[in-house]
Write a protein that binds this ligand. Structure first.
Ligand code: GAL
Length: 362
């Protein structure tokens, strides 16, 4: 590590350092007796989860004696590329990256490799490059399965109830997780679509038809409004598969604007993911039905441990039976387990674990 830092000193001049700090915005410096500096590039501060885990990763790294430089690309792939480029020029010892666009990082990761900087793909698998060393995430297919299971149980599909109307939403097409969530959910929902116990009135069932660029709530809201106007008439929608809380809230806005949520037109079963505060409050208020809780504090801890191990020439802890193929190579992985949360268990899962205080949920 020290050697790599020395080698990098030539490209990490004072000028580029100053430029980088102002471009990156946040410099979360650690103790002066640092074991090195880790660059952390996360997608956006617009979603709570990334803010929470940005703080967690920085804290965990500091506790291990590292400095951390945390940057957010605000959902702009080109910004993230230049932020990572700046981190490399500053001479970071390792990179922890949650990609905005999983295929846009190939060139900048080649620079990282040339500088001997190891890369951890955080939450989202980076595709199309050999220059990614490890992958740490949740079991993303299980996320989709839990969302589908919730819909199946709430509608009573296993008891033969139906037919019901459902609409399908997926995440950003440039995020590799999108496919895992959708495939996981469809594995369980497909038999009911085939038997017509579930009907998609919009006809939009292919992943390419149901994605939501950058996981954007207003984009999902527009799509839901259009579907209600074009495909529903006097019919009502009974369930919506939503992959992420921000999208769920957008869908809810469209539904409410169409009169759902009042006596004669109850809100459909609507899933989500990330247990973001606004969505947990919505669940308590009886609007969004469910979310997936992923303890991102644990994800942060595993990533910090991995970085520490790599930089000390130890093999990081891995727990996934399969390495994840990123199109170029199998990337060894550590996967955490997600938990389904609704009105019946949010107290136990979210408050008892200290993820939220009871006061925050008021
Ligand atoms: C995914 C992530 C989800 C959600 C989404 C939008 O990559 O796995 O938990 O956060 O991005 O940010």
């Amino acid at each position: 590590m020290r050697n790599r830092r020395a080698a990098l000193a030539t490209i990490a001049g004072a000028v580029s350092l100053a430029l980088t700090l102002s471009a990156c915005g946040q410099d979360s410096g650690g103790s002066s007796e640092s074991g090195g500096t880790i660059g952390i590039a996360l997608p956006t501060q617009a979603s709570e989860r990334w803010v929470t885990e940005g703080k967690s990763v920085v804290q965990d790294l500091k506790a291990k004696g590292y400095q951390a430089k945390l940057v957010y690309g605000e959902d702009k792939p080109a910004t993230q590329v230049s932020q990572i480029d700046n981190l490399i020029k500053q001479g970071v010892d390792a990179l922890i990256i949650a990609a905005i666009d999983n295929k846009s990082l190939n060139d900048v990761l080649q620079q990282a490799a040339d500088a001997g900087i190891p890369v951890i793909s955080y939450d989202r698998l980076i595709l199309g490059t050999k220059n990614v060393d490890y992958y740490v995430s949740f079991d993303n297919e299980q996320v989709g399965r839990l969302q589908a299971r919730y819909i199946i149980d709430k509608l009573g599909l296993e008891d033969g109830k139906g037919p019901f109307n459902i609409e399908l939403f997926a995440g950003s097409p440039d995020d590799n997780n999108t496919k895992y969530f959708f495939d996981g959910a469809l594995t369980l929902l497909q038999p009911y679509l085939d038997s017509k116990q579930l009907i998609v009135r919009s006809g939009q069932t292919e992943l390419s038809e149901v994605t939501t660029l950058r996981w954007d709530g207003p984009t999902a809201q527009k799509r839901m409004s259009a579907i209600l106007a074009e495909s529903y008439g006097s019919k009502t929608v009974d369930a919506v598969l939503s992959p992420y809380d921000g999208i769920s809230l957008g869908i809810l806005s469209a539904l409410k604007a169409d009169g759902y949520g009042s006596g004669s037109k109850p809100l459909p079963v609507i899933t989500g993911q990330d247990a973001e505060l606004a969505s947990v409050k919505s669940i308590i208020a009886g609007e969004q039905s469910q979310t997936i809780y992923k303890d991102v504090r644990q994800l942060a801890e595993v990533a910090a441990d991995m970085a520490d191990n790599i930089l000390n020439d130890k093999t990081p802890r891995l727990n996934s039976r399969r390495a994840y193929n990123n199109g170029v190579k199998p990337v060894p992985a550590y996967l955490l387990q997600p938990t389904s949360v609704d009105k019946s268990n949010y107290d136990l899962v979210l408050v008892a674990s200290g993820y939220y205080t009871a006061a925050e949920l008021k």
